[in-house]
Design a protein around this ligand. Structure first.
Ligand SMILES: [Zn+2]
Length: 176
């Protein structure tokens, strides 16, 4: 209980907001690197923050390098187990089928996300992968936390791309 000292006045809602702000920081850092701005963090009930990651698909040229996947890997390493029971994953964007599958595999208890994803969202938008009873692990989820901020980052990013002003500099876009 020592780790609760000083934060006992925080309601769950407040700690969700605080964690989502950290995920948004990661998303912003992703945009600065020319990556689609998505950030994810994982909070462990005793250890606290055990992962903070951002989308790195372009940087790593790895189609699986989504923020949530990278965060799950970090958290498993920090916890020393693939089982992330009782952990909460915060993502600025609704997880895709790959990430939602990894969330199920890792036994994460709760998912909180910001913006919905009409193209790839596997929690609520395109499919309902966390539907109770569908798999042998149930995930509690909540969307729409700091949605405006998370969606705004994505909108700004894609607008800059359309206008030919990608954020990253010093990298040749044509690969030469
Ligand atoms: Zn994903």
């Amino acid at each position: 209980m020592d780790d609760m000292t000083g934060v006992s006045w925080l309601r769950d809602e407040d700690s969700d907001l605080r964690s989502m702000l950290q995920a948004l920081e990661e998303a912003r850092a992703a945009a600065d690197q020319g990556e689609v701005p998505v950030g994810a963090i994982i909070v462990h009930p005793e250890k606290g923050l055990v992962a903070r990651a951002r989308n790195a698909k372009e940087t790593l040229q790895d189609p699986t390098a989504h923020a949530e996947i990278l965060a799950i890997g970090q958290a498993a390493e920090a916890v020393g187990s693939w089982r992330l029971e009782n952990c909460t994953l915060y993502s600025t964007l609704e997880p895709c089928p790959m990430c939602a599958g990894a969330i199920l595999q890792s036994r994460i208890e709760r998912v909180v996300f910001g913006a919905s994803d009409s193209r790839w969202g596997a929690v609520d938008s395109k499919m309902n992968i966390f539907e109770p009873g569908l798999f042998n692990h149930d995930v509690v989820w909540q969307g729409g936390v700091l949605e405006t901020e998370a969606a705004g980052l994505l909108k700004d990013f894609f607008r800059e791309i359309r206008e030919g002003r990608p954020r990253y500099d010093g990298k040749a876009e044509d690969g030469s």
